[in-house]
Design a protein around this ligand. Structure first.
Ligand code: GLN
Length: 385
């Protein structure tokens, strides 16, 4: 038999998605892969029910249904402080996952370098491999997850084509300050690089932190490819609705990449999601409030058990320090945690470039009762681990 592609030879499967399967196997409360167990907004679901009987069963326009792009442009123009053109500056994709992949393929040539902050969401490594780009990792240093500007400039001196910016950040919960973003912006300009953002947690930010859209910084619109999705904002991760917002010159090419990759996002789901895109500001205020409560509830529970953890500024993940349990492998720890304690987590090593083995990631995008159940189980952790 002929060999499979060299490109895929260095791949493992996604550890995040694997841990969901491990959780299912042991009946664990799954706090690994980040998705909610509560319902999406009723208005969106009601519209979805109607849509099944309407004429939305064939392809939409490849780069997104007209009304979806118009509603999205309206919402994001308000947030990003710039009039976004729904026709020339948006591509609707199958989740932010496709948006990031399409952005990488639009911007980089095989052999180009891209800067990735570590820890990072594991897809970026695979995106780089698939597009032939070579990552340069710049550490975000715990516990604050700050970066050293000198180390970042050294990375830029290698003349990368782009920097990948996950803000708010998965898994460390960092929300980059305006000053940090300005520093990145200055370097992107000085070394003439693109910035590809992943801003899927844009609405999940805890006070007093604030989300600053990178594309909204002075002179950054031209060199930013903003990727995001509806998954986390409207609790519809399974709908796979994401998008790229960028200058027309970039979007023009991204539309072609997207067209040949997937043709388009699901037409009935785009139609139903327009309802969400039209929500007023109070929806986003309530969402922030809801996640703030969940964060506080979960962190207090961890404190009561005496487990050391990070305090996220944004997104819905917490990194737990497992040093006290003396495991060499965080992967083995997570298997045992699912089996013996009944809680699913993701080993930290799947996010860090550096040899970090003492952290695991849990998420709290769950009903309060699910979080209490997980905390109940974790309460017994020192007896079994
Ligand atoms: N972003 C989520 C996480 O990190 C899940 C994303 C996914 O599995 N597509 O867990």
């Amino acid at each position: 038999m002929p060999e499979l592609s060299k490109r895929t030879a260095t791949f493992t499967d996604s550890v995040i998605r694997r841990m969901t399967r491990v959780s299912l196997k042991y009946g664990a409360v799954n706090l690994s892969q980040g998705f909610p167990d509560f319902e999406p907004p009723k208005e969106i679901l009601d519209r979805l029910a109607e849509v099944t009987r309407e004429d939305f069963h064939q392809y939409s326009i490849t780069w997104g249904a007209q009304n979806f792009r118009e509603a999205l442009a309206e919402k994001q123009s308000r947030l990003m402080g710039r009039k976004i053109d729904p026709n020339s500056e948006i591509v609707v994709t199958c989740g932010s996952t496709e948006a990031m992949m399409a952005a990488m393929m639009t911007v980089t040539n095989p052999g180009d370098k891209v800067i990735v902050f570590s820890p990072f969401y594991e897809n970026y490594g695979a995106d780089a491999i698939l597009s032939g780009a070579e990552p340069i990792y710049v550490p975000l240093i715990p516990p604050e997850f700050n970066f050293d500007p000198e180390v970042l400039e050294d990375a830029f001196r290698q003349r990368p084509k782009a920097l990948i910016l996950c803000n708010p950040s998965n898994p460390c919960g960092k929300v980059f300050t305006r000053a940090e973003l300005m520093l990145i912006a200055d370097l992107a300009k000085k070394y003439d690089a693109f910035v590809i953002t992943d801003e899927v947690y844009e609405h999940i930010v805890y006070e007093p932190n604030e989300h600053v859209y990178f594309a909204s910084l002075p002179e950054m619109w031209e060199r930013t490819v903003s990727c995001s999705s509806l998954s986390k904002t409207y609790s519809i991760t399974g709908w796979r609705l994401g998008y790229i917002i960028a200058p027309a010159s970039v979007v023009d090419t991204a539309k072609k990449v997207h067209d040949f990759l997937t043709v388009g996002a699901a037409a009935p789901l785009q139609e139903a999601a327009v309802t969400g895109l039209k929500f007023k500001d109070d929806y986003y205020r309530d969402l922030k409030q809801k996640y703030t409560e969940k964060r506080d509830l979960f962190l207090k529970g961890l404190d009561d058990i005496g487990l050391r953890h990070t305090v996220p500024q944004g997104a819905y993940y917490v990194l737990l320090d497992i040093s006290e349990f003396g495991y060499d492998s965080d992967l083995e720890f997570c298997e045992a945690l699912a089996q013996k304690v009944g809680v699913g987590a993701v080993p930290g090593s799947s996010f860090f470039r550096e040899p970090v083995n003492n952290l695991i990631r849990l998420h709290f995008a769950k009903k309060n009762e699910t979080l209490y159940e997980a905390l109940n189980r974790l309460d017994g952790i020192r007896r079994v681990m």
